[in-house]
Design a binder for this molecule. Sequence first.
Ligand code: EPU
Length: 422
Amino acid sequence: MDRLIIRGGKPLRGKVKISGAKNAALPSLVASILTSEPIHFSRVPNLRDVHTVCTLLSNLGVRVKNRGRGNYELESSQVQNYEAPYDLVKTMRASCLVMGPLLTRFGKAKVSYPGGCAIGERPINLHIKGFELMGAKVKLHRGYVVATAKNGLRGNSIYLDLPTVTGTQNLMMAATLAKGETIIENVAREPEVCSLARMLNDMGAKIAGAGTDVVTIQGVPKLHGTRCKIIPDRIETGTYMVAGAITGGDVEVVQCDPETVDSVVAKLRETGCKVQVRKSSIRVKGNAPLRSVDISTAPYPGFPTDMQAQIMALMTLSDGVSVINETVFENRFMHVAELNRMGATVHVQGSSATVKGVPKLSGAPLTATDLRASASLVLAALAADGESVVHRVYHLNRGYESLVDKLTALGADIERVSGPPV
Ligand code: EPU
């Protein structure tokens, strides 16, 4: 199994280009199920989750053409299978996004019910409640959610107890072809919801309000093909910003959308780092000593839970005490034990972590359980004295395109090694 060997302590300097966003690419690729006409995608990141969704779509009968350099063409005129099997859903929960498009266009969908994952229980009850309110019959059969809507879906008013991101996307896609009007309240406002709404409107859907907490969708009988450029990845953006900060370097993150990382910019400025924001780039210069800051994760535009592990790595090297509250997922502190093995002093109580800054971290063998936790360990290793070995690199392959190349170009001493652990 591949691992990363990182010799830390080098300040990172230079420019890094941001890739297309994983969490925008996944729903957008899935949305191609909604029409029989081809959809052309560009800036699709080369990531394991993108390959998984392409496998899933191919299994459904979607024609997937990878034209290289992030360009894909998807065409769904021959869909003949309506099932997202256990094997794919267990490797990528976002597979459940096919449920809305399949149900609304073909009146049936069978999706393996996602189990818990490393960061929490993560049920999909709100997706299901929404489909039921739109007239679908939903039952659980041998671990699968089986949904049918023989006469199509009908618009309705749906209130989400929590602003779920993929739940909002799933229901929004379902509502595009439903009869009449659907109003979804307390929806997620994430940029990945807005980019999906834009793509759907380009396909002929009638969606208003994306980016606010109420989305209204007037159903239409049919959608057509379009072109879709995937938006820049805001979590990759934030991760490289922290890479500049934690190594005391000077990193310019380019081809990004600074508006989507306002909360990260604000928090880095509070630490004393110099952050210069331009139209499509952000330059971060490290500061010593780093001031400690408190963070509470929240749905967008709050501080992203997907940046919590990375900002914690930074806070381990601050000059004070930082309190980090995780309010979105119940078990997203799996990186803490590994950071503590590097000499950090982090204490977790319930959904709150208290980080007492230390002057330095030391390299160590490290193993992470999920994507963002792995990113936090890479960041800590880049700043630590000596060598670290980060195992289970496949987590990083899910969400960071060309991570080793990008970090190497910034001056990091990092290499990827294949084969069994030594
Ligand atoms: N929730 C429910 N019921 C539901 C749906 C969600 O209780 O039916 C709860 C979840 O358990 C969680 C909260 O609502 O406590 C928010 O979860 P949400 O549904 O918004 O998460 P998600 O849609 O499954 C997406 C991203 C995650 C990101 C979260 C939060 C994708 C493919 N995934 O997940 O990304 O952490 O939103 O922003 O968009 C990652 O990229 O590393 C990642 C985990």
